[in-house]
Design a protein around this ligand. Structure first.
Ligand SMILES: Cc1cc2nc3c(=O)[nH]c(=O)nc-3n(C[C@H](O)[C@H](O)[C@H](O)COP(=O)(O)O)c2cc1C
Length: 158
């Protein structure tokens, strides 16, 4: 598909960080498409080393993730988003942070293209890296490196 430059720029300009989410359910197919977009990102030396873990608000894993990442004052760093996608890379990545950032940007753009809101969340990096024990609590292999997370949901009406 070839787009006109103005149309293409408008599409990218639509993306912005969303930090207030409605209760509207997110279609699992949309989450699949967002993951696929993320994993289509370029990666150093073609080593596809990213792994995406999806947490849905009705599941126990989601609550564990929220509790582990909450600030001391109890503030939810994921803004109550109904879906959180945590990105990790394994030992095959030669430039983990850059591989990882490309994946997250693709996911944020994909969410926006689908009419969903998203926000890049950095806090899991500080919580989980060098803390295999905490990673195991959310069923992520202890040796994986956490790159960040994307909070996803429909934007709350202003
Ligand atoms: C590496 C990185 C880490 C970020 N971490 C957070 C975060 O932890 N929490 C948050 O609310 N926003 C986070 N953001 C989102 C930025 O605050 C946001 O992209 C920036 O203010 C520009 O706004 P825009 O996304 O609406 O264009 C992060 C963005 C990047 C690129």
């Amino acid at each position: 598909m070839i787009m006109k430059p103005d149309d293409m720029c408008s599409l990218f300009a639509l993306r912005h960080s969303v930090r207030q989410f409605s209760n509207q359910e997110v279609d699992i197919k949309d989450i699949g498409a967002i993951n696929k977009a993320g994993l289509s990102a370029p990666c150093a030396m073609g080593h596809h080393a990213s792994h995406l873990f999806v947490f849905h608000k009705d599941e126990d894993g989601y609550k564990k993730l929220i509790n582990l990442c909450s600030k001391d004052d109890g503030q939810d760093v994921f803004y109550g988003a109904p879906v959180i996608i945590l990105e990790t890379v394994d030992e095959n990545s030669v430039i983990p942070d850059k591989d990882g950032a490309a994946v997250i940007e693709n996911m944020l753009l994909a969410a926006s293209f689908l009419g969903l809101g998203g926000c890049w969340i950095n806090s899991p990096v500080n919580v989980f890296n060098n803390n295999g024990k905490a990673l195991k609590q959310i069923d992520v292999p202890a040796e994986y490196k956490v790159i960040g997370a994307v909070a996803i949901g429909y934007q709350k009406e202003q």
